[in-house]
Design a protein around this ligand. Sequence first.
Ligand SMILES: C[S@@+](CC[C@H](N)C(=O)[O-])C[C@H]1O[C@@H](n2cnc3c(N)ncnc32)[C@H](O)[C@@H]1O
Length: 282
Amino acid sequence: MTFDALLNSAAQRLQRAGSPSPRIDAEVLMAFATGRSRTWLYTWGDGECPTWEHARFDALVAARALGQPVAYLTGEREFWGLPLATSPSTLIPRPDTETLVDAVLARAKMSGGRLLDLGTGTGAIALAFASERPAWQVVGVDVRPEAVALATHNAQSLRITNTTFLVSDWFAALTAPPEGAAFDIIVSNPPYIAADDPHLAEGDVRFEPRSALVAGADGMADLLHLITAAQRFLSSGGWLALEHGYQQAPLVRQALIHAGYQNVESVQDIGGHERVTLGHLD
Ligand SMILES: C[S@@+](CC[C@H](N)C(=O)[O-])C[C@H]1O[C@@H](n2cnc3c(N)ncnc32)[C@H](O)[C@@H]1O
């Protein structure tokens, strides 16, 4: 069969299986199975697909039809233009999270400084900042050692050297000022989904670890903890920026204001939802 014919039938199968992006899924899996780029496939798609590549593609499509995330099947996802290795130990980076990176870069104009990424996962946020601001020192922490190993691997593959990743239960492994150095910026995309949220039974999140997704009965537990705990680790004037669910912005703003942060505001993602809230200390 030709590449085109295989792609068409796989896209139809994935659509029937409920994928929200059947054609793109099929193209990404075909590119991965055959070691060819999607551009090559658009150009030469009328060629015959070799049997072993066909078999490999079929196996990937079958796994995707059962709901497996494409990024776990290929082991890779791009974030902020950086190709990142992914694994089932942590969240697959989402394009929405680029809103947090954009919002902080627009406000933090300092040439040097220290940034902390809490719950770093693949290292996506930390590595985006480190690549944009090579003079910043970036620290990423995660409670899961597998995630820290993955983030470290990603930094090495990308030859990004101004990052350090370590295992820590939020701030537990860090030393607060005055013994430790303060951070100018603290960012996090923490777990923020309520334990009984029906979305946990849909799509890619079914395959992602609950430790990356769920934060107590209403999803606010980690956000509220970070808002309070971050104050001891921020420099004066330091920023805290948090990603959260699309209905949590008023609660996050209220908690930041109550804790004494200044100029508290929420920022919309590309879909027009308030998904990032930030503020700074005096
Ligand atoms: C929503 S994921 C975000 C991952 C990554 N920052 C991103 O945006 O793609 C939340 C991350 O927080 C980590 N995490 C959960 N509880 C934590 C804790 N108590 N201390 C540190 N990290 C934690 C999870 O392991 C997971 O990697």
